[in-house]
Ligand binder design. Sequence first.
Ligand code: 3HC
Length: 715
Amino acid sequence: MNNLVRISRDDDVAVITIDNPPVNALSPGVPEGIWAAIDEMNGDPAVKAAVVIGGGRTFVAGADIKEFGKMTSGEKPRGNLLPLLLHIEDSAKPVVMAIHGAAFGGGLELAMAGHYRVASPTAQVGQPEVNLGIIPGAGGTQRLPRLVGVAKAVEMCAEGKPVSARNAAALGLIDRLIEGDLLAGALAFTREIADKPAPKTRERSEKLGTTAGNTPIFSAARDVARKKQRGLKAPLAAIDAVEAATRLPFEEGCEAERELFTECLFSDQSKALIHVFFGEREVAKIPDVPKETPVISVNHVAVVGSGTMGGGIAIVFANAGIPVLLKDVDEAALALGMSKIKKNYASSVQRGRFSQTFVDERLRLIAPVLTYDAFSDVDMVVEAVFEGMALKKSVFADLDRACKPGTILASNTSTLNIDEISAATSRPEAVIGTHFFSPANVMRLLEIVRGKKSSKEVIATCMQLSKKLGKIGVLVGNCRGFVGNRMFGPYRREAQFLIEEGAEVEAVDRALVEFGNAMGPLATGDLAGLDVGWRIRKEYRHLEKPGIRQPFAEDRLCELGRYGQKTLKGWYRYDENRRASADPEVTALVRRWSAEAGIAQRQISAAEIVERCIYALVNEGARILEEGYALRAVDIDIIYLNGYGFPAYRGGPMWHADTVGLQKVYQRICEFHQQHGEIWTPAPLLQRLAEAGKTFAAFDKEQVAAEVFEPANRA
Ligand code: 3HC
């Protein structure tokens, strides 16, 4: 064996333990270790069978994802798992796989090569490879349908969602659930089956169905994949691979799977999604706030303001089992807020997301209040009142008086200066921004805004809490709009410029939806309310440099009362069910305004629409990065994927720019600069990286290696 796989004996059963922390990935050395252990067990006359179990917190989380990057950058592939799995399946003595934690990807493929599987009831199994832009590559698409049937295998491989051990047992994937000590239960099970013939998964065919029965399953799954995983190639490849299992003998099916796997692995989509996998974990790492930083226990919280955001945030805490006080200024506002929360939960029950019992329990955790009296007990407050500095300051002064020392005072502001807010308190170290995205109980992103004086404990607590709340927390610096909205400004600005230059509203949105965004920029504006940005622009107009081109169409639409969906008129017009259609009136208005402004009209291609909008994101992102308001380019990517509907398979705006090539992006931005003026001045960091032939990803690596991060707070 080796130091990654151990073998020991429990009387007449061998125990093979995989020990590759933290998640027992099948890194080089693990497959070899398992192979040798199987050989040793078969060669030991005193042993009748083997149990394979994971050491530490999990069974096996899959192939080692870090190896994929090496493979696609030209290293010789190591450790093809397929021969190992055949070796296990052909073992003369039975092998029982004992699963706790997760058996994901290659982990489940390994488990399916065993003759039996037992699991802790809390374990999960799954083929999540599509989330990495690939498909199972070690026979998963061939063995899974033989165990659970074609429909379920297609679903698991194409959607990538985990299945609980209980459900897996009902499907026939797990032979026995073991309550209590897993190893003891697995050993007892193994002794029961040790003398029986050992079934080989690959030789089973009773669940593979018939062509007539399977055809509609595959075609329905393809329809679902095209709709729900729009633009992603891997789900369709996974369906093709499962289909191969129903048409071809096992070995040929595996070859077909391998070809599809390799094609996916070398795609830009897979590289982007692997970047996202590691990026989601990277953002949790704050160079000057190490893992050991003490955290404050957050067991009881309060939310100030019961409007859409406040109510959504209260739901987020309640869903995580944390009791929450919800405060508003009068009975009417509070009653309205609570009724919206109840309506929200009722619709979750209706859609089958939550049970009524769960909802009843959550609602009991939300206590509506009109005063700060009970605030002396809470560990954290999230303020979610209207965006206005004077109001926020007065709320924070009240909180300072009402809360015990140590309570975290967080603001949900999306634009205002956290340091100015914190100055209204006697404890600026306790003040931080927690910028939730609307709808707060749905969107995964939480921008955590570090003020100049926010303490490390407060930052560490919020980062950790975000995980508990089911969010992905990204630490950002305190600049106007923070990271996400600061970049969104130039993006939406370009969308408007394009309209003013002659593009159709629908054409702009369509181009960006085809690029993969969840929604087009103009439809997004209508949904959020065009008046929101209009009011902010009016407030900040005095800061605009004279002589720089500014968009005007949206402000003019607002002047006409066209605020978007809420007035049933904005960039589009809406029927009473808020279904959008193109509005010729908008086209006519914009044409007239553009003529008055002397803007030449022209045909604009979808490619230019995408470049103008997306490179506006990239250019602003590069500035943010250089100014230190985001720690890494990947932090910006994670923000855009989780808060702004950017397609994960493009890895985020900065990764996308790397994929296109920074020289090319920089060159286009220089052209836009010439055509449209100062607003398109290339970001100096982008220029430097492009001229040096580097990427944002390389910039991130250099930063990490050199530990050159500064607190994201340079004013
Ligand atoms: N390979 C390499 N590293 C992995 C890994 C994997 N398969 N899975 C997790 N890790 C790393 C993470 O990057 C993280 O590293 P870090 O501490 O340096 O940031 C560490 O392990 C812990 O991971 P998490 O923070 O995610 O820990 P959690 O406890 O929250 O979650 C988990 C554990 C549910 C197992 C989760 O890590 C997970 O879902 N992992 C990925 C599973 C997966 O996608 N498997 C398929 C791989 S592809 C494959 O198997 C192809 C095959 O068909 C040939």
